[in-house]
Design a protein around this ligand. Structure first.
Ligand code: SF4
Ligand code: SF4
Length: 721
């Protein structure tokens, strides 16, 4: 007689054993629910922020990302493949276990069984294959973590804290997580093997791994098989129950926090910073005025508290961070983990394995501090520390690289706002901000001097306030006042003029657009600049804006619309490309130089302008050799986020010099091309400071375009310094 393919769920289990199992499962579930509830309570103590808009689209975006594991695979194929196998293996095994539970604990009481016949055979096959792939994924992950040891998995802090900290808990947590999953997977297969080996029914060939194991156990007698089956079942069950209870207190919680984070993250994070915190008072400050940025832990939004828990310590942000590469105390990973440790201490959900700090560490130990006192601790001053926050170049590499949608940069700027508010900033920066407030530029020069560079031109640039133009050129501070860059601005003007572009500038009415002022954390000044600039723009007559400055591009394009000023804004490289493609810039000679190109962070990463400069280079015959870090993976020059105005002596090795070395490592490169005024100044300085003069020359893209057009050299157009 043919046996109906199926299996008995509690094979060889007496009723009391089944009851013990359900009791243990109940206890594990209660521990899980308690921990989960404490986490949710913690998030509810954060400031409100609306991330429930377009919820359907948000969920669809998260499902797509998680299903394809696209953010994990991005830039790390090995980890991506391993995680893909673990994720999908775990998902199939979870679905399988849920089907078993429904079949046995619910449908059985209605005399229904789905786990039989063809469905059972397919069920067995799919689960065996994915169970095996799950184990393969775990082995790959273990090989990566314990044998390959990529540097981003080294948990050494960026600020060494003189060794007065202990992060071995992180390592233990990672290891327990991998170990638990591996043991659960292996014992699951062993149970199957012992069960099948009892009578080797033919249909169990549909469980290929179980069948293979059963073949190995087939020499054992029936009593031993039953005994081993029972033991293995209990070991498996105990590990599963421990796993369930462990979830909210450990790294395993990322299954939930990362899913939520990928639903609720802001895809404009960093590109568009939030206004000052919602005036709704934070907990315990019912009558307080809204803070200028974040002071205490409850000033962070619930999404930021979720961010802290979502971090899996993958270290991608840490490895990509230029501030970390420069040897400052900032690592975006450490910043998030420190905020996690602190928020868990203060807002009480306990982690079982956390970082610890010893006496003498600069970390303010909250042990012994009452919960009420800890709630008042000034986080930017005492938990993260000003030096660390001021080291950020706002390059956005952390946000770009984070696979789970953490918005480090927003939190950093919110904390900087508080530092600005209490005057905790260096003198150079203070002076730059004062100049910006007084004159509308960071050079401390009269607005009348802004357009001096136009004096040496062979033609007069239109004044967009007085004459109608197609393009308004928003020139920016560096391109207007820095003598080295004035020559480049003149070249831009000459090229646009040669192409017959109808353009004008705002002359002395232009003020800095404010991108970096905002990222420094001086929101009040930023808003003042925006208001002034919008008033000026409203009076001007133009259709579109172009700018040579990617920082200006970012704020005009992504932030001004929130203030009611929405204009089409493009970078001059995009405009140059369309002029070349439309034949308005006839290329007279192909240059043939060997060059490399540095993607500005605010152009490539913030605004995804990657191809236009390359296409321009191709059109004028430059031979481009890419540096390893290019496109959205570009490396920062170190000037952004107001760093160009600060004392940067805390950098052990400047990122601009590291970048020049990266370019030189390509060998035989004549020119290092930029298309950002700040990059130009940083890299010309870096070539000198690193003693590489004569080996490589920094040039702006426009200099080559002018040469390829065979324009009369703009020497007539002398720098108007
Ligand atoms: S924005 Fe750049 S410098 Fe700042 S923390 Fe992120 S990666 Fe580091
Ligand atoms: S913040 Fe994101 S990128 Fe950085 S370590 Fe955590 S999960 Fe990884």
């Amino acid at each position: 007689m043919n046996q109906v393919p199926t299996r008995e769920i509690f094979l060889h289990f007496s009723l009391w054993m089944q009851l013990v199992f359900y009791a243990v499962a109940g206890i594990a579930s209660l521990i899980f629910l308690y921990g989960f509830f404490r986490r949710v309570q913690k998030y509810r103590r954060g400031r409100k922020v609306n991330r429930f808009d377009n919820l359907g689209k948000r969920i669809a975006r998260a499902v797509k990302t998680i299903a394809a594991q696209s953010t994990v695979r991005k830039r790390d194929n090995f980890a991506g493949i391993a995680h893909f196998l673990i994720f999908w293996g775990f998902t199939f095994l979870f679905i399988g276990t849920t089907i078993v539970a429904i079949d046995h604990d619910i449908l059985r009481f209605f005399d229904i069984s789905i786990l039989q016949g063809t469905f059972y055979l397919i069920f067995s096959f799919v689960l065996d294959i994915w169970g095996l792939l799950f184990l393969v994924g775990l082995v790959l992950m273990a090989v990566r973590r314990y044998i390959m040891k990529p540097p981003q998995l080294d948990y050494t802090r960026a600020d060494d804290q003189n060794g007065k900290y202990d992060r071995s808990g992180f390592v233990t947590d990672d290891t327990i997580f991998l170990f638990l999953l591996f043991v659960i997977g292996v014992t699951g297969f062993l149970i199957e093997g012992f069960r099948i080996a009892e009578n080797m029914p033919e249909f169990e060939r549909w469980s290929p791994v179980g069948w293979w194991l059963a073949g190995m156990f087939s020499g054992m007698d029936a009593a031993s098989l039953i005994s081993w089956h029972k033991w293995m079942w209990w070991i498996h069950a105990i590990f599963v129950m421990f796993f369930i209870a462990y979830i909210p207190y450990s790294k395993v919680m990322h299954i939930f926090t990362d899913t939520a984070n990928l639903i609720f993250y802001d895809d404009m994070a960093a590109r568009r910073l939030p206004p000052l915190p919602d005036p709704e008072p934070a907990e315990g400050k019912k009558n307080a005025l809204p803070p200028m940025g974040y002071t205490t832990i409850t000033d962070f939004t619930w999404k930021e508290l979720l961010d802290f828990d979502a971090c899996t310590k993958c270290g991608r942000c840490h490895a990509a961070c230029p501030a970390n590469a420069a040897g400052t105390t900032l690592s975006p990973r450490d910043l998030i983990l420190d905020l996690r440790t602190f928020s868990n201490e203060v807002l009480t959900p306990k982690e079982w394995f956390k970082q610890k700090f010893f006496k003498g560490s600069k970390w303010p130990l909250v042990n012994g501090t009452s919960a009420d006192e800890a709630l008042k601790i000034d986080v930017p001053l005492k938990v993260i520390r000003p030096e660390t926050l001021w080291s950020c170049t706002t390059c956005m590499a952390c946000v770009e690289n984070c696979p789970v949608g953490i918005e480090h940069l927003t939190s950093i700027v919110q904390m900087r706002r508080h530092l600005v508010d209490i005057g905790e900033l260096d003198d150079n920066l203070q002076n730059a901000l004062m100049s910006l407030g007084d004159y509308g530029n960071s050079f401390g020069q009269s607005p009348k001097a802004r357009a001096k560079w136009t004096k040496g031109l062979s033609f007069k640039i239109k004044d967009a306030r007085k004459e109608k133009v197609e393009y308004l050129w928003y020139v920016g501070d560096f391109a207007s006042f820095d003598p080295r860059l004035q020559k480049i601005s003149q070249k831009v003007a000459e090229v646009m003029h040669a192409a017959g572009v109808d353009f004008g500038i705002l002359y002395d009415a232009e003020k800095t657009a404010g991108n970096d002022v905002r990222r420094v954390g001086e929101e009040g000044l930023y808003e003042m600049l925006v208001e002034d600039n919008i008033a000026t723009l409203k009076k001007a007559k133009f259709q579109k804006i172009f700018t040579t400055d990617p920082h200006t591009l970012n704020t005009l394009r992504n932030e001004y619309p929130e203030f009611g000023a929405e204009y089409p804004v493009e970078h001059y490289s995009s405009l140059l490309l369309s002029l070349i493609q439309s034949g308005r810039l006839p290329i007279k000679k192909k240059l043939g130089y060997k060059v490399t190109y540095h993607d500005p962070c605010y152009l490539a990463r913030y605004n995804r302008v990657i191809n236009a400069p390359r296409e321009v280079m191709k059109a004028i015959g430059l031979e481009l050799h890419e540096m390893p870090r290019c496109g959205v993976n570009t490396f920062c020059c170190g000037a952004g986020g107001g760093r160009i105005w600060m004392d940067t002596s805390n950098e052990k090795k400047r990122t601009s010099e590291q970048r020049i070395e990266e370019a030189l490592s390509l060998g035989d490169i004549q020119y290092f091309i930029t298309c950002c005024p700040k990059d130009y100044t940083m890299y010309t300085d870096a070539v000198k400071a690193s003693g590489n003069e004569g080996k490589i020359e920094v040039k702006d893209l426009i200099e080559f375009v002018a040469e390829a057009l065979d324009l009369q050299p703009a020497e007539k157009a002398e720098a108007a310094s």
